[in-house]
Design a protein around this ligand. Structure first.
Ligand code: MTE
Ligand code: MO
Length: 207
């Protein structure tokens, strides 16, 4: 047992990725201001390399069939929370409607004030990826991403973009806000893929 290693009960331990610590509260973490929400002007734009680009008004978004997903959350700064219950629309619903072109390999999440994050279309296509507006049965607060955030449970939390306004499909690995600042494209917590220098020459990470 290292000096800085905390031990967890056996049912919890396998859920804490290397270098992470469990916290009981839900921290707020982001760069920049929290946007105001106006349901009359808000929309979500699905664009890029898709057969059917479209926009959803707030009303249209909320009329889509919803799912509930239980997920743990891992911030690259070291905190982990367990058993978050999210509610929203599966990313796969967006995918089915948009019909990505065969060249589309990447999805860029676009947010208010220019924050972006990117992931491979493959990672985004997992059945637990959703566009969420509720957590533990309550509407998200503004600071946690209201009216809409992406949730990608199996990746570090900077991929779970708050204040989502667009999803753009691309054939190019376009690094997002943190990815251009030295963070990993793939970002799997259990593989501890924190930094871009760990990406190496793997072809899938090249632009
Ligand atoms: N738009 C936007 N989304 C963002 C961020 C941000 O700076 N801007 N920070 C990310 C990071 S680093 C983390 S850890 C999570 C934190 O989400 P929370 O504040 O709801 O805990 O939001 C992610 N989503
Ligand atoms: Mo984070």
């Amino acid at each position: 047992m290292g000096l800085f290693t905390k031990s967890y009960p056996p049912e919890i331990a396998p859920r804490i990725p290397p270098g992470q610590r469990l916290v009981k509260t839900w921290p707020v973490l982001h760069y920049g201001p929290i946007p105001n929400f106006d349901g009359k002007t808000w929309d979500l734009e699905v664009s890029g390399l898709v057969e059917h680009p479209f926009r959803l008004t707030y009303e249209e978004l909320r009329a889509l069939p919803t799912v509930t997903v239980d997920a743990d959350m891992h911030c690259v700064t070291g905190w982990t929370t367990l058993d978050n219950t999210w509610e929203g629309v599966p990313f796969r619903t967006i995918l089915e409607r948009a019909q990505p072109a065969p060249e589309a390999k990447w999805v860029i999440a676009e947010c208010s004030y220019g924050y972006t994050s990117e992931l491979s279309l493959e990672a985004m296509s997992d059945d637990d990826v959703l566009l969420a507006w509720r957590n533990h049965g309550e509407d998200l607060t503004a600071e946690h991403g209201w009216p809409l955030r992406l949730v990608v449970p199996k990746r570090y939390a900077w991929k779970s973009a708050k204040w989502l306004t667009g999803l753009r499909f691309s054939d190019t690995n376009e690094r997002g806000f943190w990815e251009v600042r030295g963070y990993h494209v793939h970002a799997e917590p259990f593989a501890e893929e924190r930094y871009s220098y760990q990406e190496g020459p793997r072809a899938e990470f090249q632009p």
